[in-house]
Design a binder for this molecule. Structure first.
Ligand code: GDP
Ligand code: GDP
Length: 452
């Protein structure tokens, strides 16, 4: 039986969004649980290797027979009866409301531990609401953005003391479900600003291969998926690719919204469904602010990112352009050094096969699990080469590291006084993992865990 975590909060604070994020792809397993209750949703959640059952109580709001607070109170009490931990969600943008205060009062008198989450905390708009949340008397609020996946590491830290402790790494790996099938269909999104050449590129890819395997299936209102088979000209192997396209739809819809602004929103939809994201640049325009925004978003969402400079057939001063973009990327995308950069032409087809081949290989790194023995060897070497600092004369002890997840790779580092570990040291470890363990260009996360 998994431990149970229940999400509580007034309407519209983002409970369902958080539920969906924690359940992720396992959403299909969400069951109505007949005979239990209709106003709760249950799902199996996973957060950086931490597994639990998550309960969303958003359905309470629909009952009009009773006043909202009265109805919510009854439901809260019923739901809390089986919960191990409660996540109390408030809206950092709206600030604390009287209903929030009322719910906080009930929760304070409950024996179930409560973690206070200030949601919608991305950007500056959430700052004052976050401060207000301290007044609820439920401890320090954890700032998160359920929509953008921010603060999930802090939520993980908050949950750990109450849930099953993670197992220390085992000597032998017995991990069938860890195995990644490199033959599985590659989910590839082509994103970029208007006129970068997305439609031309997709048409070129499909026309060259003439192997469309299925009809265009609508996956969301804003994107379509195109299944086709790519043949690797070097090996002759055939591989399944699902292209996620947003550009075509946008044009068909003839929308009037500002296209530039829509580009980021379009990219976000596509990125949700992709394993690898190709950001297409326009060689005649270079790297612009909007491009960096899309690139950062893809990395923040944990996707493997590649950048292709399109219209290379008309590029002027090509090597200077390439090097300039390389330098601007390394400066502008501090999260990941060495994002693969390619030159392509959607018009002539130059570089397109290399681009797809690179996408397969970066997906492999993104999906890889490092054997425990190799990880430990790296860990010892990295610490010996650059020991952790000793703030205030007391050394931070790093005990061991384990890879909690893949796609993207996530690691959990165990030790003492980890709250004192400087960002710069964490960055050193991340860069070293990337370089030494073959995760170049892949976004990597490390969560810190000290025993309580
Ligand atoms: P619930 O009624 O508590 O389940 O709330 P929902 O999950 O339905 O979210 C309510 C609204 O808040 C929706 O429009 C969400 O898109 C939005 N929302 C949820 N999480 C966030 C977030 O982290 N940031 C922002 N800006 N909006 C969010
Ligand atoms: P989208 O808005 O990103 O889908 O861009 P389109 O595919 O509609 O392309 C925008 C313009 O750039 C069109 O006029 C294309 O013909 C042109 N274009 C696209 N790819 C190339 C290329 O590789 N070389 C050149 N010279 N022009 C291109």
């Amino acid at each position: 039986m998994l431990p149970q975590v229940i999400i509580i909060g007034r309407p519209n604070v983002g409970k369902s969004t958080l539920f969906n994020r924690l359940v992720g792809k396992r959403l299909a397993l969400v069951d109505d649980q007949p005979g239990v209750t209709r106003d709760r949703r249950f799902g199996d959640a996973e957060l950086l290797g931490l597994k639990f059952q998550i309960v969303d109580t958003a359905g309470w709001e629909d009952d009009e027979a009773e006043t909202l607070p009265g109805r919510m109170r009854k439901q809260t009490e019923a739901a809390l009866a089986t919960a191990d931990v409660a996540l109390f969600v408030v809206d950092a943008r709206a600030g604390v409301t009287p209903l929030d205060e009322e719910i906080a009062n009930w929760l304070r008198s409950s024996p179930v531990p409560v973690i206070l989450l200030a949601n919608k905390a991305e950007g500056r708009a959430g700052e004052s609401g976050l401060l207000e949340a301290y007044s609820l008397g439920l401890g320090d609020p954890v700032a998160i953005s359920a929509e953008h996946g921010q603060g999930m590491g802090d939520l993980f830290e908050g949950l750990l003391p109450y849930l099953e402790p993670l197992q220390p790494p085992e000597e032998e790996e017995s991990d069938e479900d860890w195995e990644f099938d490199p033959q599985a269909v590659l989910k590839l999104a082509i994103v970029g600003r208007p006129n970068a050449g997305k439609s031309t590129l997709i048409n070129k890819l499909l026309q060259e291969d003439r192997l469309l395997t299925g009809p265009e299936a609508g996956i969301t209102r804003d994107s379509i998926a195109i299944d086709w088979i790519w043949t690797d000209p070097k090996t002759g192997d055939s591989r399944d690719v699902r292209l996620i396209d947003t550009a075509g739809m946008r044009k068909k819809a003839q929308v009037t919204e500002k296209l530039e602004r829509m580009a980021v929103a379009d990219a976000r939809h596509a990125v949700d469904f992709a394993e690898v994201v190709v950001l297409l640049l326009d060689a005649t325009r270079g790297l612009e602010h909007q491009d960096l925004k899309i690139a950062s978003m893809a990395l923040e969402e944990g996707r493997a990112l590649m950048i292709a400079i399109n219209k290379w057939d008309v590029a002027e001063d090509a090597s200077k352009l390439f090097n300039g973009i390389r330098a601007a990327l390394d400066e502008g995308l501090a999260q990941v050094r060495g994002v693969p950069l390619l030159a392509v032409s959607a018009r002539t087809g130059k570089g397109l096969d290399d681009m797809i081949a690179a996408a397969f290989s970066i997906r492999e790194a993104w999906s890889r699990r490092v054997p425990t023995s190799a990880l430990n060897r790296w860990f010892d070497d990295a610490l010996a080469a650059n020991p952790p600092p000793a703030p205030g004369g007391k050394r931070i002890k790093l005990r061991y590291i384990t890879q909690a997840k893949t796609r993207p790779p996530g690691f959990v580092l165990f030790g003492t006084r980890l709250d004192m570990l400087p960002e710069s040291y964490k960055r050193y470890l991340i860069n070293s993992i990337r370089r030494e363990l073959g995760f170049e260009a892949v976004p990597i996360r490390i969560n810190l865990r000290s025993p309580k």
